[in-house]
Design a protein around this ligand. Structure first.
Ligand code: 6R9
Length: 573
């Protein structure tokens, strides 16, 4: 399928760009000062200094659809200043301190993050769906001194207070008549006094900015530490891959609890002075189409799970709305099925452009750029300045086209994570022979296009969200009936994968549908709805290696109808 070159894509001739671009040119291309690195400053003050203070930065629609709030860049700037002052002067937070963010998609979430960044505070965004255990597993190790939350969610924070002794301040938005406890304080946009000036903290490129927890196969989630120097890559990928224009209405559907919702739902668009839409509600087909129509969305960045749900509603549904303003569509988070690309051309007249990246990479690495020939089902080509390859099991680059290996990137790049917070050996294990190992498997075709094959580890990708089996298994073990368990991915039409748990019960407990439901709910509350197993299979015992490790691979292969492969290390083969 060949895409005609759009009249004026930002990147222009992507082949020429790729040939002569390296990251040292990024700041100059963006027209940025050499001595200012603060992300919060770029997203507010700089835009206002360019005379765009009156331009809309944010259009926000409440979950019930009844309230729409609009913020100009100058309002964004002054409210972010108010947050920055509150964090530093009122609470005494210092640059480098960590502030967790546990909010639904309300304006305080976005403005609070900017305010924190301006003050040099490290922001740790989390999903509002997290239960106590998921919360404690991130807030605790991060050493967060403060947490931004809201009335609805603060009860979960109260439950973990004793487990997280570093946490001194619980900042509650919209507390209403809530009786405040020790260490709790009210701050939200209703009490924030817009503040004309707040001198952005003079961070360096290596100053810590955001901490995003992400799941691996073993252990609790790891904190991927990002720095302010990530910004040029986030901005340039927004400009060239997402192809944003000054008059765009941009909508990134991701929640900032996920790296996409920060890199491309806060930093990318606002550092370029773009107007963006935030919908507090999650996926509701009519609300989404209505939003696209009413706000005149022109650039839409979403995810395959949502696209599959839209496909299910059919082209007729699309015809009920005027979506003629849409100019460019992009997707991230999971493999974008070729059918979804073809369908989107039929439904919206333009294809979704796939982009590939990770929490650790901080920004887009491999993608389909405007003007490129799109091969439906391929992730595209490395972004200019990115060197990628696929590696053999001995970590040597594979030169033959079509042969799968582990997808790897050549470090460094600006938006690369700098550590797994306080876990240096885990960080080191991600690099071999001068390559960063992504944990994904892929192959490269004759024309250099990358094709995703699957994960190289046991991490479960459910609707674009990564869930670590270890976190689920640990939580399962806390249930009184569970002796041992294994969590694996099971195929699913909509979510691509869902969690399935194999559970061996303690003596005295009998498998039943009631117990299955009870355990599912237990996990939903402790971790989140996404981590909740959609199915529990009760087994007498789990397959293990001779060294006692549970063979998730075997259980997973069964679910996917795959060859089981080498079982020579199995305990009782
Ligand atoms: C941004 C983000 C990263 C993992 C990644 C891969 C999967 C992301 C993809 C994709 C196929 C794509 N993934 N984009 N798989 N095609 N276009 O998703 O970060 O939550 O860390 O997930 O998601 O497995 O390694 P993160």
């Amino acid at each position: 399928m060949t895409q005609p070159m759009p009249a004026q894509s930002n990147i222009g001739d992507h082949v020429a760009r790729r040939a002569d671009f390296d990251w040292s040119q990024a700041r100059e291309i963006l027209g940025w000062p050499a001595d200012q690195h603060n992300i919060g400053w770029y997203c507010t003050d700089r835009i206002c200094e360019q005379g765009l203070g009156d331009k809309l930065a944010l259009i926000w629609e409440s979950s019930d659809g009844q309230t729409v709030k609009r913020f100009t860049y100058d309002e964004l700037r002054q409210l972010a200043n108010a947050y920055a002052k509150f964090f530093t002067e009122d609470l005494g937070l210092k640059p480098g301190d960590v502030c967790a963010v546990f909010l639904e998609r309300i304006p305080e979430l976005y403005i609070g993050i900017l305010g924190g960044l301006k003050a040099g505070i490290v922001m740790l965004p989390m999903f509002s769906a997290f239960g106590e255990e998921a919360l404690a597993a991130r807030v605790g190790p991060s050493g967060a001194k403060a947490i931004l939350t809201q009335r609805k969610l603060c009860f979960r924070v109260r439950k973990i207070r004793e487990q997280v002794p570093d946490l001194q301040h619980v900042i509650i938005a919209e507390p209403g008549d809530l009786e405040m406890q020790d260490g709790e304080v009210h701050f939200d946009l209703a009490v924030a006094q817009p503040l004309g000036e707040f001198a952005a903290y003079p961070v360096t490129e290596e100053s810590r900015s955001l901490l995003h927890y992400t799941s691996g196969t073993t252990g609790q989630p790891k904190g991927a530490q990002h720095v302010h120097g990530s910004l040029p890559q986030q901005a340039l990928t927004t400009l060239w891959a997402l192809d944003v224009r000054q008059d765009d209405i941009y909508w990134c559907t991701a929640d900032p609890g996920w790296v996409t919702g920060v890199s491309y739902g806060v930093i990318g668009p606002w550092s370029l002075g773009i107007t963006q839409l935030v919908m507090e509600c999650g996926f509701i087909v009519d609300r989404w189409y209505k939003a696209l129509q009413e706000y005149g969305v022109t650039m839409w960045y979403s995810a395959p799970t949502a696209i599959r749900l839209l496909m299910k509603e059919g082209v007729d549904k699309v015809k009920e709305y005027d979506l003629s303003k849409l100019r460019h569509l992009a997707s991230v988070g999971e493999p974008l099925n070729p059918e979804a690309v073809v369908w989107s051309e039929q439904a919206y007249g333009i294809p979704f452009y796939d982009t590939w990246w990770q929490t650790e990479t901080g920004a887009i690495q491999i993608c389909n750029l405007p003007g490129m020939e799109i091969k439906a089902g391929s992730m595209g080509l490395p972004f200019p300045g990115v060197t990628a390859t696929v590696l053999t099991d001995q970590f040597e680059p594979i030169t033959e086209p079509g042969v799968s290996g582990q997808l790897a990137l050549r470090p460094p790049w600006p938006s690369m994570f700098r550590e797994y917070y306080k876990e240096p050996s885990k960080y080191e294990s991600k690099f071999k022979n001068g390559w960063y190992l992504t944990g994904d498997r892929a192959y490269i075709d004759e024309e250099g296009y990358y094709w995703f094959k699957g994960r190289d580890d046991d991490v479960i990708n459910t609707g674009g969200h990564l869930v670590g089996p270890f976190e689920i298994e640990s939580a399962l073990l806390e249930h009184e009936a569970v002796a041992e368990s294994a969590a694996v991915a099971k195929p699913d039409d909509e979510m691509m994968e869902v969690v399935k748990a194999f559970v061996a019960l303690k003596p005295g407990f009998e498998p039943s549908r009631k117990l299955e439901m009870q355990i599912m709910n237990f996990i939903r509350k402790k971790l989140s709805p996404l981590a909740m197993p959609q199915e529990i299979e009760f087994v007498d015992k789990l397959p293990k290696t001779r060294s006692g490790k549970i063979m998730r691979r075997l259980l997973r292969a069964k679910e996917w109808g795959e060859e089981i492969g080498d079982t020579s290390t199995l305990e009782d083969d």
